[in-house]
Design a protein around this ligand. Structure first.
Ligand SMILES: NC(=O)c1ccc[n+]([C@@H]2O[C@H](COP(=O)([O-])OP(=O)(O)OC[C@H]3O[C@@H](n4cnc5c(N)ncnc54)[C@H](OP(=O)(O)O)[C@@H]3O)[C@@H](O)[C@H]2O)c1
Length: 290
């Protein structure tokens, strides 16, 4: 199986390349070599490599900055994704693309399914929703995976920023009125590989939700990180974590108060059980300690 991966240097892209390299023929392209907005180059890459599967792990992911860089965010997340999907269609490849829990407005109080109404509150969420439409229209063999609160050993994420702050200060302030599902990037990579290898007669193309379990607030997520890091002696002392409200922590982008994703569809399609992200957190901290 041949995989062409855009965004190979991102948090998810790196793990995908690492997990696939020993079992498949992988071509990973990162932003320094390659701008996905460049239509001609995207087509050329697809035609040169002739992949079975194209994975678009490239994206503009700076949620707050997107509020004042709307054009750039839309170019990368919508036009870039569309270029990749068109190239996949042209070479007869499947595409796997990623979207976000931020396509929802957070007013619901039960997990969002793939058919729940979308209503993004911020520019990044709008761009991801429009990317879904662009990809599904451009390539018939598409999997669009909506995920949330990704963390892993590389890149920027909440776990790393909590650990960094915990080393620098004795008191952290973390919002308690936003609920979502942390997702370990390695679990997501396994799901992506399972989708890529799935049989067309058994697993339908379309949108799937995948996130880790259990759901909780950023505050509880931070508590879990600190407890785990302290028990593994990663942190010498436990900092104090103060619960605050989103209103006390002004940010450029409005975020949904509740963005838990229901995972039933993907669990049924791939016959897998929920992924407990706390196991991933432990593994990530153990690896980092070495
Ligand atoms: N992180 C989350 O919590 C989260 C939540 C929900 C959904 N998602 C989605 O999951 C996917 C993977 O996210 P991630 O956390 O792995 O993102 P990430 O770490 O920010 O990686 C994205 C990669 O895309 C590259 N990129 C940006 N613009 C590009 C361009 N014009 N051409 C080529 N490459 C470009 C970036 O390169 P540079 O490093 O050079 O900028 C970066 O390596 C994305 O679609 C994201 O929207 C993420």
């Amino acid at each position: 199986m041949k995989y062409l991966i855009f965004g190979a240097n991102g948090q998810l892209g790196q793990v995908l390349c690492r997990q696939l390299q020993s079992v498949a023929d992988v071509c990973g392209l990162h932003s320094a070599q390659f701008n996905i907005v460049d239509n001609a180059k995207v087509f050329q890459a697809a035609q040169t490599f002739m992949p079975d599967v194209i994975i678009n792990a490239a994206a503009y992911t700076a949620v707050d900055k997107a509020e004042c860089e709307r054009d750039l965010c839309f170019q990368v997340n919508i036009s870039g994704a569309e270029n990749i999907a068109k190239a996949a269609q042209q070479v007869g490849a499947k595409i796997i693309h990623f979207s976000s829990d931020y396509v929802f407005d957070g007013r619901q109080r039960e997990p969002y399914t793939e058919t729940s109404p979308t209503a993004p509150l911020n520019v990044y969420g709008q761009s991801k929703l429009l990317s879904e439409q662009a990809v599904s229209q451009a390539c018939s063999r598409h999997f669009i995976v909506r995920t949330s609160w990704l963390f892993g050993a590389t890149g920027h994420n909440f776990v790393k920023s909590i650990l960094r702050h915990a080393q620098q200060t004795s008191t952290l302030r973390v919002v308690t009125d936003q609920i979502g599902s942390p997702t370990w990037v390695n679990d997501l990579a396994n799901i992506v590989i399972a989708l890529a290898n799935s049989n067309e007669n058994a697993v339908d193309y379309g949108i799937y939700h995948f996130s880790g379990s259990p759901a909780m607030s950023w505050y509880d997520f931070a508590q879990t990180i600190i407890n785990e890091a302290t028990s593994l002696k990663w942190l010498p002392e436990k900092p104090k974590i103060l619960p605050i409200l989103s209103a006390d922590y002004p940010s450029a982008a409005v975020r949904p108060a509740y963005s838990v994703l229901a995972n039933h569809k993907i669990q049924a399609a791939l016959k897998h059980t929920p992924c407990d992200w706390r196991k991933g957190l432990r593994e990530m901290l153990r690896e980092n300690i070495k």
